[in-house]
Ligand binder design. Structure first.
Ligand SMILES: Nc1ncnc2c1ncn2[C@@H]1O[C@H](COP(=O)(O)OP(=O)(O)OP(=O)(O)O)[C@@H](O)[C@H]1O
Length: 239
């Protein structure tokens, strides 16, 4: 049995002139893992590496036992970026039918994906007329088409109201309960409590790794936001 869904070792990524990831190592197990850190710390860059969309300078990225970017991972990873991944002028069902052909997966996955994100009542509605939360779920449905073993979500709850955020997190947990590993990035620390496991990131490095309880206990903090600040301050004292 495989231990980790993702294993990253000594990964170095340079974007523009900057070493955005200066040699990061981390594992992602099954369940819901939160990748948390301030804007610009390199979360999206790391996620791009996992899906094989980022040029890397050195190090290794293994996903589901294969090197990131391998052809056999194409339908085994679902990836939702911050940019909209669905077409505004197509209905939910038309979008999904289109991506079914692109991915070469079974047509029956359209209904399954629509049901998974609870968009049954909106399946024949044009995406451009959906609310923000419904649009997010439509994008998520596309990522679920291939029944992925790993779902990579880049800040999926940005700009959503608290009720929609809560509903989306419940959905991530249902997906994880179905057996997929779910990796969710966020710069909102209060989302940390909703994860089985946390990776706290700062300036291209992982500064803490564990369950929300472990991270809080290790730092003696009341919540994960305070834990993050304590870790940052601790580092600065040592430096
Ligand atoms: N195309 C690019 N060319 C050069 N530098 C880039 C490019 N894209 C991002 N960067 C830089 O890489 C660093 C990390 O960016 P990244 O998008 O990975 O951060 P992030 O943690 O996902 O931020 P956010 O939460 O704002 O999305 C930033 O300093 C950013 O300016």
């Amino acid at each position: 049995m495989m231990k980790n869904v993702v294993e990253v070792r000594d990964l170095v990524v340079v974007r523009g002139e900057r070493e955005v990831l200066p040699g990061i190592s981390l594992d992602v197990p099954a369940g819901v893992t939160g990748l948390l850190g301030p804007s610009g710390c390199g979360k999206s860059t790391l996620l791009r590496c996992l899906v094989g969309a980022q040029r890397v300078r050195s190090g290794t990225v293994e996903v589901l036992g294969s090197p990131a970017g391998s052809a056999d991972l194409r339908t085994r990873i679902g990836y939702v970026t911050q940019a909209a991944s669905v077409y505004d002028d197509l209905t939910v069902a038309e979008n999904l039918s289109f991506f079914v052909r692109v991915l070469g997966v079974d047509r029956s996955s359209v209904d399954r994906a629509i049901e998974a994100v609870s968009l049954g009542d909106h399946r024949d509605q044009v995406v451009g007329r959906l609310s923000g939360g419904q649009r997010s779920r439509a994008g998520l449905a596309v990522a679920l088409l291939g029944e992925p073993d790993l779902l990579v979500l880049d800040e999926p709850t940005v700009g959503l109201d608290p009720v929609l955020r809560r509903d989306l997190w419940a959905l991530f947990h249902r997906i994880a309960d179905g057996g997929a590993a779910v990796l969710v990035s966020s710069h909102v620390m209060d989302e940390a409590e909703r994860c089985h496991r946390l990776l706290l990131m700062r300036e291209g490095r992982i500064i803490a790794d564990g369950s929300p309880d472990e991270v809080r206990e290790r730092t003696g903090a009341a919540d994960v936001e305070q834990a993050f600040l304590r870790l940052v301050e601790g580092r600065e004292e040592v430096a």
